[in-house]
Write a protein that binds this ligand. Structure first.
Ligand code: SF4
Length: 318
């Protein structure tokens, strides 16, 4: 048998699940325990097929719209990304028992956006069009009170009615570097614009991007474990690429890895988006062990101890 080539793996820490994702998954599991199956979940509870499939197997039914849910006494859970105000309102109309698993750090952005609107400010939201979190945040405000920008170019094209009454907010899972440039462009064009008290990009996004930056510059290839619709994971792959890593791949499972691309590599970095479970990182490590003689080193760039209590609707039942 030919000898497997030696490979050093640098494992980013922190990586994978954040406190908001843990809380959202626990919410569905707890609701299943309390109410029994089925429980309905609007949108993927977190952007990860493995997680969604596991919960589906336990009795969760995922829907894109409330219209897909029959009249029921089963609970209806809102995902970690948050929902526009119209969604809980429609759920009330149908007398659904709702449980809100919106991450508290997304709710913070919602509440700040509302405060700005109440003070007569137009909110410039930095984010990605069509992402459920962006739809949820925009849906906290009346039409016309919020405008979305995705790039510095969008900022240059803004034509607000009142330049003196603007505020900015962001999606929680953006690239820290891109967002800095967009905020600089905003403050250059609109010096009176008001920003958040504390960054909207969350601790988990920032920490995972920092860890990838620290590792990506030292390796021949970077593997980010995560889903293609996970904003957080997509940003990690971009960060790796921009740090000069010649191969930066986003993969959901070990089976997605094209091993021919990794021939001759000596050092590989591995991270995982905030919605990717550790079991998938383990699976990918096993995939590497099958192809290489692997030595694993963990690179710790931050410690995390964040924990969120369950949603209010479940707290009485815990
Ligand atoms: Fe909350 Fe950040 Fe996790 Fe999103 S990535 S669920 S904002 S902690």
């Amino acid at each position: 048998m030919s000898e497997r080539p030696k490979l050093q793996i640098l494992l980013c820490a922190p990586r994978g699940f954040c406190a908001g994702v843990v809380r959202a998954i626990d919410t569905v599991e707890r609701a299943l325990e309390i109410y029994g199956a089925p429980v309905y979940v609007r949108h993927e509870i977190v952007h990860n097929r493995y997680v969604v499939d596991s919960l589906r197997a336990k009795g969760a039914i995922f829907v894109d719209h409330l219209d897909e849910i029959p009249d029921t006494e089963a609970p209806v859970i809102f995902s970690a990304h948050g929902v526009p105000k119209a969604v809980p309102a429609a759920a009330r109309q149908r007398n659904f028992l709702t449980i809100d698993a919106t991450c508290p750090l997304v709710t913070k952005v919602h509440r700040e956006a509302e405060i700005h609107a109440r003070r007569g400010r137009t909110v410039v939201l930095i984010g990605h069009a069509g992402h459920p979190e962006v739809e949820g945040t925009m849906g906290q405000l009346p039409a016309g009170a919020v405008v979305l920008v995705e790039t510095v170019d969008d900022v240059e094209k803004l034509t607000p009615l009142d330049e003196k009454n603007l505020a900015w907010a962001t999606q929680t899972t953006l690239s820290v570097d891109d967002t800095r440039e967009i905020v600089e462009a905003l403050t250059r064009r609109f010096p009176d614009i008001v920003g958040p008290h504390k960054e909207d990009i969350c601790y988990a996004t920032t920490n995972r991007q920092d860890a990838v930056k620290a590792v990506a510059a030292q390796v021949d290839a970077m593997i980010v474990v995560g889903a293609p619709n996970s904003s957080n994971s997509l940003r990690l792959r971009e960060v790796a690429e921009r740090s000069g890593c010649p191969i930066a791949l986003l993969v959901e499972r070990a089976a997605d890895i094209d091993w021919t691309m990794l021939q001759g590599v000596k050092r590989v970095g591995i991270s995982a988006g905030a919605s990717a479970p550790e079991v998938l990182v383990e699976e990918i490590l096993d995939g590497f062990r099958a192809h290489f003689d692997v030595a694993v080193e963990t690179v710790v760039t931050a410690q995390e101890g964040v924990h969120f209590p369950p949603p209010r609707e479940l707290r009485q039942r815990v």
